[in-house]
Write a protein that binds this ligand. Sequence first.
Ligand code: MN
Length: 130
Amino acid sequence: MKRKILVIEDNEQNLYLVRFILERSNYEVFAATDGRTGIETASALKPDLILLDIQLPVMDGYAVARSLRENPDLADTPIVAVTSYAMPGDREKTIAAGCNGYIEKPIDPETFVASVERHLPDRKGGEQRR
Ligand code: MN
């Protein structure tokens, strides 16, 4: 069975690129373009991993991460922030909000899947393609 990744991202181009890269690596990709929908989709879907944009309309990614962590069903789901914020302390802020890791934009298609898979439990070792 394909593993499910939920992408919460409001930028169409980023979403397109992330979907393309992950589907090429045989993941099933679900998308939400705002935080509220992302939280609802995560609760219903229980994905294997969540990719979370931080700059989102209405509700930012920090608030989304905190809300996801309040759901016991999602307590152990890896959440990886994907953000162009590059200020000192931003990584710490994403971790404090409940994220497991942080990938910087712009997305590098060469390394993106490996960066994501670092946070997926029981991934097969040594099979990462670059
Ligand atoms: Mn955004």
